[in-house]
Design a protein around this ligand. Structure first.
Ligand code: CTP
Length: 422
């Protein structure tokens, strides 16, 4: 799945961009559309909005109701500058159709509308699909602009030949067919499959992910904001590198990876039971789930009624510390990693304290005081604490953070071997 930012400029071929969006979304890609004002003379924003399921942007100062998020991703809680945020979140910027005027602006580095500003802010792959009258395409100015873009690493597709929109005109200038455009987009965004890591191949990795929900009654619960993204990223990354991965997933509504086995749970008690069943057969435990520390002491079978009460008291009791229990019961050779969501100053001290108190090989600490990383965000920034020291991993996509955690696991297992049971 790729996040495609599609810039549509004003040519008759803009109607083909609708078909491109339809094909791309049907293939599972998330698409956001930025239109130039001129393109709206050919195709209206409502059509793109309906096909993408997301707002369409035209003006640089127009707020983005989705705050730069792509369909399927959570919107941030702050209002970003739309063109920068959309481009930052995109895997690719595609300009289709690109008119002669837009090609010229891109070559000159102009930023006079949202599309050209986005192009200037793009740091990832940029694909340009020109469509114009054949005289305009063949003009030395256009050809020089295309050469400039290509020299900068922009992929500029050759337009197709044939009948053009202007009556009786034929030649090169047609927008490539939408299926061919999608093929080019997928070729540029396809993740390079990581080579299996010999030290992870066949390793049995147990991951917990998500957040537990502790019932108050049949419809209400005490829960937390964990989305499961970090745990799922760890699982997919470990599977991609060759490990045999089981995830105990507590209330995670994210896409599943066909290479991973999932066990779904809701409560801390269920998570504990699922871990108890799977832990003995695992070499590594990555305890990324946010387990409720407290749960309602009693849960009602039906739905509690308000009646005439002004207040309601829910008594909470401690849940068992699942991670400590597993770490204490481990056999030699098992590696146990905890995760600690800490708030602000002192985060690392708390992390070090948890490493010792829970008898772990590593603790992955992230600072939840920051709104741009952590819960439900696609990025994270962590410090991995082991007995040997600390490794800070600067802000990166959770898949890259996952890779760093797995590197630490490999180092731990290669070094002193896993710590002995406490
Ligand atoms: N954890 C667990 N069982 C619990 C609570 C937490 O297994 N009942 C695990 C989490 O999955 C995580 C690690 O313990 O890997 C750290 O969780 P955290 O809640 O930060 O630790 P606590 O010891 O509960 O410390 P705090 O006082 O900060 O809540």
């Amino acid at each position: 799945m790729a996040r495609i930012l599609l810039g549509v400029s004003g040519g008759i071929a803009a109607y083909k961009a609708l078909e491109l969006v339809r094909l791309a979304t049907a293939a599972g890609h998330a698409v956001r559309v930025v239109q130039t004002p001129a393109s709206q003379r050919f195709v209206g924003a409502a059509s793109f909005a309906a096909l993408t399921g997301a707002p369409v942007l035209t003006g640089e100062f127009e707020p983005d109701p989705a705050r730069g998020a792509f369909p399927g991703d959570p919107a941030p809680d702050h209002d970003p500058l739309s063109h920068l945020e959309l481009v930052r979140n995109a895997d690719i910027l595609v300009v289709a159709p690109a008119t002669a005027n837009t090609v010229a602006k891109l070559a000159a580095g102009l930023a006079d509308n949202l599309l050209t500003s986005a192009a200037l802010a793009a740091t990832g792959p940029v694909l340009v699909a020109p469509a114009m009258n054949h005289h305009m395409w063949e003009h030395p100015a256009t050809q020089a602009n295309v050469a400039t873009l290509r020299a900068r690493g922009v992929v500029v597709l050759e337009p197709g030949s044939g009948r053009l929109a202007s009556h009786g005109e034929e030649g090169a200038g047609r927008l490539p067919e939408p299926a061919a455009l999608l093929h080019a987009i997928e070729a540029l965004t396809r993740p390079v499959a990581p080579a299996p890591r010999p030290d992870l191949v066949g390793l049995r990795v147990l991951v917990t992910a998500g957040g537990t929900r502790e019932p108050i009654d049949a419809v209400r619960f005490v829960g937390n904001r964990s989305s499961g993204r970090m745990g799922f990223a760890l699982a997919s990354e470990a599977a991609a590198l060759g490990a045999a991965v089981t995830v105990v997933a507590a209330n995670v509504a994210l896409p599943r990876d066909a290479r991973v086995t999932y066990v779904d749970v809701e409560t801390a008690a269920e998570l504990q039971a699922a871990c108890a069943a799977a832990f003995a057969g695992s070499d590594v435990l990555l305890m990324a789930a946010a387990v409720a520390d407290f749960r309602p002491a009693r849960s009602f079978a039906g739905k509690l009624k308000k009646a005439s009460e002004e207040r309601m008291r829910v008594e909470l009791e401690r849940t068992p510390d699942i991670l400590s229990g597993l770490a204490a019961a481990r056999r030699p050779g098992q590696t146990v990693v905890g995760f600690a969501a800490e708030h602000g100053e002192g985060a690392l001290d708390y992390g070090r304290e948890k490493l010792a108190r829970k008898g772990l090989d590593a603790v992955v600490v992230n600072d939840i005081a920051r709104g741009d990383i952590g819960f439900d965000a696609t990025d994270n920034e962590v410090t991995i604490i082991t007995a040997a020291g600390e490794t800070h991993i600067a802000r990166a996509a959770k898949t890259q953070i996952a890779r760093a955690v797995l590197d630490a696991v490999v180092d731990l297992r290669a070094g002193s071997g896993a710590a002995e049971p406490a």
